[in-house]
Design a binder for this molecule. Structure first.
Ligand code: ATP
Ligand code: MG
Ligand code: FE
Length: 353
């Protein structure tokens, strides 16, 4: 089976073709075209929705053509067309969803509406052999949550952020430190040369039960340190970056511990922990999670960085997982700018199986 996947929920325009492996686990990425709009948003220090939507329109049709060409297939060789229908910025979602529906209508192929978070949660099954149920940590610019992945379309949210998303915290702190957007990679780089113990920053929620996150207090604490310093030197910036990142790592580890506990109480033992979302590219976070999993006797599955951040292959793969189970959607499926993962039913969009 081959599925075309389209992603336009945020600031990446992406299209990809993914196929399954007959009788085997995992999938093959036949093409994965991603165009980041970072340069267009950089001047504003964050994603501007109207600019994002227009930029998707400008490039999406050519990107889809390129994804098909690079996969050496025609639309006729594709079994279904999947698009991320949310959660995300409504203007962008409309562009990708409408394009996918148009292709589905013209080709007579099934259309599949994919929850963007579901795509991150299922990516580990594209790259690795991983059975349900497992625990997923989704950390990006827009989302921070821990999810029990019980099956395709069957998710239970164990915890989520009550304020900022992890990537948002990285981006906002970077802005305070005078670093360009997106801030995550910048902070990670500078932190390598900084002293993580110089600033005593708070670790909100750490030690509490449950698996919720809170990151705005940490961000505010960094702001106060910056104000105290007045004009931070290069060394101050490196030390603040290192201290901030160390706090984030401690928070992540503590919250994932809470998630493992909740998971075990509700579903039994997870078959592993997977990470998804752009913040999943962060080295210190990955290493800390690797250690935690080793301690807990859990498998840690971390897809490569380019599949952690937004791309079309993860949408195509989620579409493929749905198609295999007969879960397709009607062409009047409305965009869902807000779409909690636990409201993603299995096939109730329009289930044939
Ligand atoms: P969505 O939330 O809908 O998935 P997004 O565009 O915010 O959309 P991604 O593209 O997955 O999500 O991730 C971008 C975020 O990841 C940014 O906030 C960025 O700062 C952060 N990020 C990227 N690399 C790193 C890194 N090495 N360390 C920490 N954060 C990072
Ligand atoms: Mg992005
Ligand atoms: Fe994402």
């Amino acid at each position: 089976m081959r599925v075309l996947g389209i992603e336009t929920t945020c600031d990446e325009t992406a299209a990809a073709v993914v196929s399954d492996r007959l009788g085997m686990d995992g999938g093959d990425i036949l093409s994965n075209e991603v165009l980041s709009q970072i340069a267009q948003h950089a001047a504003y220090g964050g994603v501007v929705p109207e600019i994002a939507a227009r930029a998707h329109i400008d490039v999406l049709d050519r990107l889809i053509a390129r994804a098909l060409a690079n996969a050496r297939v025609d639309l006729a060789d594709i079994d279904a067309i999947a698009a991320a229908a949310g959660p995300g910025l409504i203007g962008g979602v409309l562009v990708g969803l409408t394009a996918a529906k148009g292709l589905a209508l013209a080709s007579g192929k099934p259309f599949i509406a994919v929850n963007h978070l579901e795509a991150h949660a299922l990516t580990a099954r594209l790259t690795d052999h991983l059975d349900f149920p497992y625990l997923a940590l989704l950390v990006s610019g827009g989302h921070t949550q821990l999810v029990a992945v019980r099956g395709v379309g069957d998710y239970r949210r164990l915890g989520s952020t009550v304020d900022d998303a992890a990537g948002e915290a990285f981006d906002k702190v970077a802005k305070m430190l005078g670093l360009p957007y997106p801030g995550g990679p910048q902070i990670e780089k500078l932190a390598q040369e900084g002293d993580p113990h110089r600033f005593d920053l708070p670790r909100p929620m750490v030690g509490r039960g449950g698996a919720d996150f809170s990151l705005s207090g940490l961000k505010t604490a960094v702001r106060l340190e910056v104000l105290k310093l007045g004009a931070p030197s290069e060394k101050d910036v490196k030390d603040l970056a290192a201290s901030f990142q160390a706090a984030i790592v401690d928070i992540m580890i503590d919250r994932v511990r809470g998630g493992i506990k909740l998971f075990t109480e509700g579903e039994g033992r997870p078959s592993g922990l997977v990470i998804g979302g752009g913040v999943g590219a962060n080295g210190p976070i990955r290493r800390a999670l690797t250690r935690l999993c080793a301690e807990s006797g859990l498998r840690f599955v971390s897809p490569p960085g380019n599949l952690c951040s937004d791309n079309g292959a993860i949408i195509a793969w989620a579409g493929l997982e749905r198609l295999k189970r007969g879960f397709t959607d009607d062409l009047d499926f409305a965009p869902r700018p807000r779409w909690p993962l636990d409201a993603t039913a299995s096939g109730t969009h329009h289930g044939k199986a």
